[in-house]
Design a protein around this ligand. Structure first.
Ligand code: CLF
Ligand code: SF4
Length: 290
């Protein structure tokens, strides 16, 4: 990659509220909830709500069409010019919805200076990477909760891949393989990759450091270890305490930079990370016509 390209990426990181801790107070993001479908079933997910791999528990974002998402971006940017990142993070898996790409194309044409960001479960990453690059995504999050298919099989009930349902280990082998191959190819293509890992006591807590070692090998920029939200099939698992999560982050830190300021945003969040404007009053929403 050319020095200009590298310089552009460094600027994008410095202005990205999730990738740079200092940027969170200065620069904002807008999430466009254009991706309702998902192609896997995580055991901690209740599908009437947003994707928990990058989201807050028990919230349902209203799904927008690509055109509505463009319209919303126009309105929000007029009011919040400090927003530098447009992200698609659900409510399902962005790669399982063609609207994700249509939306990014609309945004890129009108706001070429903005950073395009996406969060995915990674199942379709290898085959969609070309599209991701074409529409101009430069920061990408992949949720990796295990690199050992045996452990992954305890976390994901089944996947739907090329029209077929795969359960247990059969499905987790495909997903882990695609995630790791996809991350490697994305890093090689010059995308700055972040990995989200949901910390699930008794399931992957001892394994997370092995994930961190692998991320180091793959050239992942930053890792975000998130606490389990115990719902769905995992409703009876006690989430990790703040101390437990901190200890795991410390063991991973030597291998990959740790993100510690994640707000578990909604799929329709916008503004600074610390002030999620999607939760503002209906009255205020009407005022700026959202
Ligand atoms: Fe959104 Fe995610 Fe991009 Fe950030 S959020 S798609 S990388 S622009 Fe950030 Fe929110 Fe945490 Fe996500 S604080 S949930 S890590
Ligand atoms: Fe739910 Fe997200 Fe997992 Fe899909 S990837 S099942 S939306 S948590």
């Amino acid at each position: 990659n050319s020095p200009e390209f590298e310089e552009g990426l460094l600027r994008k990181i410095a202005e990205h509220p999730c990738y740079d801790r200092k940027a969170q107070h200065k620069y904002g993001r807008i999430h466009l909830a254009v991706a309702p479908s998902c192609n896997i079933q995580c055991n901690f997910c209740v599908r009437e709500f947003d994707c928990v791999n990058e989201s807050r528990p028990g919230v349902t974002s209203k799904v927008l069409t690509p055109q509505e998402a463009l319209e919303k971006t126009r309105q929000v940017l007029t009011e919040y010019p400090f927003i530098k990142v447009v992200g698609i993070a659900g409510p399902g898996d962005p790669l399982a919805n063609k609207e994700t790409f249509e939306t990014f194309e609309l945004i890129k044409n009108e706001f070429p200076e903005l950073t395009l960001c996406m969060s995915t479960n990674g199942l379709l990453l290898p085959e969609k990477l070309e599209d991701i690059l074409r529409v101009g995504v430069s920061t990408l999050t992949v949720t990796i909760n295990a690199i050992d298919p045996e452990i992954q099989a305890k976390i994901v009930d089944h996947i739907v891949y090329h029209g077929k349902v795969y359960r247990g280990i059969e499905g987790s082998r495909i997903q882990v393989k695609n995630q790791l191959e996809g991350v490697k190819a994305a890093v090689d293509a010059g995308i700055v990759v972040k990995v989200n890992t949901v910390l699930i006591p008794g399931i992957n807590d001892k394994h997370v450091v092995e994930i961190a070692r692998k991320l180091n090998e793959l050239g992942v920029y930053i890792m975000n270890i998130m606490p389990l939200i115990n719902q769905g099939a995992f409703a009876n698992i006690e989430p990790p305490t703040a101390e437990e999560r901190k200890a795991v982050q410390q063991t991973c830190e030597p291998y990959v930079l740790q993100m510690r300021h994640c707000r578990q945003c909604r799929a329709d969040a916008y503004g600074l990370l610390s002030q999620d404007m999607s939760q503002m009053s209906e009255e205020r929403r009407k005022l700026i016509k959202i």
